[in-house]
Design a protein around this ligand. Structure first.
Ligand SMILES: [Cu+2]
Length: 111
């Protein structure tokens, strides 16, 4: 009984450490993986102020091209972008035909 309470307390502390301190800017971040010449998930939903991190797990270079950026991401590299405005943002890889994705950002711009 007593041990269970300590466990719950510890779990709460871990929860606040992870979700309270990990994001000093207020926004959280979501990851999009590049593998097998595809973005996964192909459509990702975030809130304004959040960041999306593209991680290239493939053996060849991909690009994140759209919403005003054109970024080459080499194998093993990442590209991080913070979406400050709401909207639907489509992007593609200019190297591989048919490799495309969408970021849906909800909410207004954050200061
Ligand atoms: Cu590609």
């Amino acid at each position: 009984m007593f041990g269970k309470k300590i466990f719950l307390g510890a779990a709460l502390i871990v929860f606040f450490l992870v979700f309270g301190c990990a994001q000093p800017n207020g926004g959280s971040s979501r990851e999009v993986t590049m593998a097998n010449d595809q973005f996964f998930p192909q459509t990702i939903q975030v809130n304004s102020g959040d960041s999306v991190i593209w991680r290239n797990n493939d053996s060849d270079t991909h690009t994140v091209t759209g919403f005003g950026v054109d970024e080459r991401v080499s194998p093993g590299q990442t590209f991080r972008y913070t979406f400050s405005q709401g909207g639907t943002f489509e992007y593609k890889c200019t190297i591989h035909q048919g490799m495309s994705g969408t970021v849906i950002v909800s909410g207004a711009a954050t200061p």
